[in-house]
Design a protein around this ligand. Structure first.
Ligand code: GDP
Ligand code: MG
Length: 162
């Protein structure tokens, strides 16, 4: 039996956000957790096909075609980088223009372990998320805080809509 037969549904999830916010680290952390720690994916019964943006975000050239067929988008900023937070509005505008109408979006404030260098308050992330009607969490790809929880929330929402 192929591994895919263990899963009910497969979803394309994409990681978006400015360069260096931690997209690749978050993906690596999630995959490690899924393989080493647990049975989360099997339990939820979904298979995430996660696409990382491999550097294109640096040149603002993540093509629309790239996420047009994504069912979920994880949009990241770095809590130690004000520009990465300020750019979230531009990302959301782009997304609303080009992504599927019913795409599941989640806003993540990453690097929550870097408390001393924090420049974006938790409540500012919450406010922005509320304004756009998307769920929000602060994560740390370094320590793993909230990483599984974020993917779990996305998974539940996707399954709900399927
Ligand atoms: P990407 O360009 O969005 O894919 O960002 P990367 O995943 O390559 O991470 C950029 C830098 O931030 C690297 O030096 C990572 O080690 C660091 N980084 C990523 N996530 C975290 C985190 O949660 N906490 C800390 N302290 N550093 C992080
Ligand atoms: Mg990367």
């Amino acid at each position: 039996a192929s591994i895919n037969e263990y899963y009910d549904i497969a979803f394309k999830v994409m990681l978006l956000g400015d360069s260096a916010v931690g997209k690749t680290c978050l993906l690596v952390r999630f995959k490690d957790g899924a393989f080493l720690g647990g049975n989360f994916i099997a339990t939820v019964g979904i298979d995430f096909r996660i696409w990382d943006t491999a550097g294109q975000e640096r040149f603002r050239s993540v093509t629309h075609a790239y996420y047009r067929d994504a069912q979920a988008l994880l949009l990241l900023y770095d809590i130690t980088s004000k520009p990465s937070f300020d750019n979230i509005r531009a990302w959301l505008t782009e997304i609303h223009e080009h992504a599927q109408k019913d795409v599941v979006i989640m806003l993540l404030g990453n690097k929550s372990d870097m408390a001393a260098e924090r420049v974006v308050k938790t409540e500012d992330g919450e406010k922005l998320a509320k304004e756009y009607g998307v769920p929000f969490m602060e994560t740390s790809a370094k320590t793993g805080v909230n990483v599984d929880l974020a993917f779990q929330a996305i998974g539940k929402e996707l399954k709900h809509r399927a």
